[in-house]
Design a protein around this ligand. Structure first.
Ligand SMILES: *Cc1c(COP(=O)(O)O)cnc(C)c1O
Length: 445
C-alpha cells in the first residue's frame, strides 16, 4: 500500500491534540505525519497477498480460503485444530471462557491489556511471573521476556495446580518492550507445568519475531531457520491465541489454535456465538486468504532481518544520542523511558501520556502510551495499577516506512528530549470503564 503523507502546521497540531484530549488514540489519521501508534493491522500487504484477496471464496461455510489458512497454521505453527476469529481478542475471549473458573489464577510473563481483561472478566486473577529484569529498562539481558520459574513454582505451591487452568506465555512480551523469551526457558516452563498437569497457551501474536531473537542470540539456534525455530517453540505449548494483525502481515484477523480435540469442540460452540461459523470466525474469505499467505511470508528469514533491523536502526540511533530507551531494542517497537525523560512529573500525572502528546506536537509523529494509563485499575481495590515501566512506544508498521522516516522520528524524539525540563503533567478528565487507554481524555496541569 502506498499513500501520501500530509504534514499540518504546529498550530494545527496543538489544536488537534487538545481536541483529542491529549490521547493519541483520539487523533484523526489525516492529522498524522508518521504513524507509529501501533504495528497492529498497519502492515503493508504484498503483491501475492493482494492477489489472494481476489480469490475470496465467500461461502458462509467451508470456504476454500479457510482450508488454506488452516493448512498454513498447521504447517508453520504446528497446532492441530484451528478456528479463525475477528482478531486476537476474539480468541482471548473464547479461550478465557472455556478454561477459566471464577477464583482461578492465570500466571503470565507480564500482562497485556486485552488478554488480562478477558481473563479477569472470566473470573481469574492475573499473576505476573515475568523475570524481574523485565521491569528494568536499562537491563541489557537478552531474554527479558522469560518466565521466572521460581515465581511460577511459588504460585503453584501457594494456590494449588487445580486453581491454575493454564500459563499464558507471551512471545515477544509487548509491555516489557518487545522482549523475547528463550527456547530454554520455554522448555523449562513446559517441564514444570507438565509435572502439575497445567496447560500452556501461547500469545503467539509476535512469536515469529521471538523466533528471530532465538536464532540471533540463543546458543544452538544460529543455523536454524526462523520457520524451524517457530515450529519448535510452539510445540512446547498446547495452543495459542493470535492477533494476525501483527506478525501475520494483514490488516485484520486472528485465530485460536488448540491441540486438544475436546477443548476445540468447546471453543467451536462459543465461536458461533461471538465470532461466526468456525470456518470463518468473523473473517471474510479473502481476508483469510491474505492471512494464509502472510503467514508464509512472515517466517522468511530475510523478512525478519529487514523488519527487526529497521526497529533496531531507530533504537540504536536514539540510544547513541543518550536518549533513554528500553534496552535491548525489542522486536516491533522502540520504547522511550518516560520516567527518565520526565523525573519531575509524578506517575499519577501520566508522564508517558504527556510525552506521547509532546512528540505529536513537535513533529506529527504519533506514538502510544504504555504506562499507568494502559495498566488500568486494580479490579478489587479500584486503585491505579502503578507499573514500574512508564513507557512511550514507537511502534514500527511492517513494510511501510523507510529509513528516512526513522531519521525524522529520531530527530523529533531528540528535540523533545532537549525540551524535557519544560514538560508538564496531565490530569485525567474522562475515564472509560474498560481498557481506558483507548478513550480516556486529559488536560494539561
Ligand atoms: C494486539 C495484541 C493482542 C490483541 O489482539 P487484537 O488483534 O488487537 O485483538 C493480544 N496480545 C498481544 C501481545 C497483542 O499485541
Amino acid at each position: 500500500m502506498v499513500e501520501p503523507l500530509r504534514m499540518i502546521t504546529p498550530q494545527e497540531r496543538s489544536k488537534a491534540i487538545a481536541e483529542a484530549g491529549y490521547n493519541t488514540f483520539l487523533l484523526r489519521s489525516e492529522d498524522i505525519y508518521i504513524d507509529l501508534l501501533t504495528d497492529s493491522g498497519t502492515n503493508a500487504m504484498s503483491d501475492r497477498q493482494w492477489a489472494g484477496m481476489m480469490l475470496g471464496d465467500e461461502a458462509y461455510a467451508g470456504s476454500r480460503n479457510f482450508y488454506n489458512l488452516e493448512a498454513a497454521i498447521q504447517k508453520y505453527y504446528g497446532y492441530r485444530y484451528i478456528t479463525p476469529t475477528h482478531q486476537g481478542r476474539g480468541a482471548e475471549n473464547i479461550l478465557s471462557q472455556i478454561c477459566i473458573k471464577p477464583g482461578d489464577y492465570v500466571p503470565g510473563n507480564m500482562y497485556f491489556t486485552t488478554t488480562r481483561h478477558h481473563q479477569e472478566a472470566a473470573g481469574a486473577t492475573f499473576v505476573d511471573v515475568v523475570v524481574p529484569e523485565a521491569h528494568d529498562p536499562s537491563d541489557e539481558s537478552l531474554f527479558k521476556g522469560n518466565i521466572d520459574l521460581a515465581a511460577l513454582s511459588a504460585l503453584i505451591e501457594r494456590v494449588g495446580a487445580d486453581k491454575i487452568p493454564y500459563v499464558c506465555v507471551a512471545a515477544t512480551v509487548n509491555m516489557a518492550g518487545g522482549q523475547p523469551i528463550s527456547m530454554t526457558n520455554m522448555k523449562a516452563v513446559r517441564a514444570l507445568t507438565r509435572k502439575h498437569g497445567i496447560r500452556i497457551f501461547l500469545d503467539a501474536t509476535r512469536a515469529v519475531e521471538n523466533a528471530w531473537f532465538i536464532q540471533q542470540n540463543e546458543p544452538g539456534y544460529g543455523d536454524r531457520s526462523v520457520a524451524e525455530i517457530l515450529l519448535e517453540f510452539c510445540s512446547h505449548s498446547d495452543g495459542c491465541t493470535m492477533s494476525g494483525k501483527k506478525d501475520a502481515l494483514v490488516n485484520i484477523g486472528g485465530w485460536l489454535a488448540l491441540n486438544d480435540k475436546h477443548l476445540y469442540e468447546e471453543a467451536s460452540a462459543l465461536v458461533v456465538v461471538y465470532e461466526g461459523l468456525h470456518t470463518y470466525g468473523g473473517m471474510a474469505g479473502r481476508d483469510m486468504e491474505a492471512m494464509a499467505r502472510g503467514i508464509e511470508e512472515s517466517v522468511q528469514d530475510d523478512h525478519m532481518r529487514a523488519r527487526i533491523g529497521q526497529v533496531r536502526y531507530l533504537g540504536e540511533k536514539l540510544h547513541g544520542w543518550g536518549v533513554p530507551v528500553v534496552r535491548p531494542i525489542g522486536g516491533h517497537a522502540v520504547y522511550l523511558d518516560a520516567r527518565a525523560f520526565y523525573p519531575h512529573i509524578p506517575q499519577d500525572q501520566f508522564p508517558a501520556q504527556a510525552l506521547a502528546a509532546n512528540l505529536y506536537e513537535d513533529s506529527g509523529v504519533r506514538a502510544m502510551e504504555r504506562g499507568i494509563v494502559s495498566a488500568g485499575r486494580d479490579k478489587l481495590t479500584g486503585e491505579h495499577h502503578h507499573p514500574k515501566l512508564e513507557l512511550v512506544r514507537l511502534t514500527i508498521p511492517r513494510r511501510v516506512y523507510t529509513q528516512a522516516h526513522m531519521d525524522v522520528t529520531a530527530e523529533s524524539v531528540a528535540a523533545v528530549w532537549d525540551e524535557r525540563s519544560r514538560a508538564r503533567g496531565l490530569k485525567m478528565v474522562f475515564e472509560p470503564k474498560y481498557l481506558r487507554f483507548f478513550q480516556a481524555r486529559f488536560e494539561p496541569i
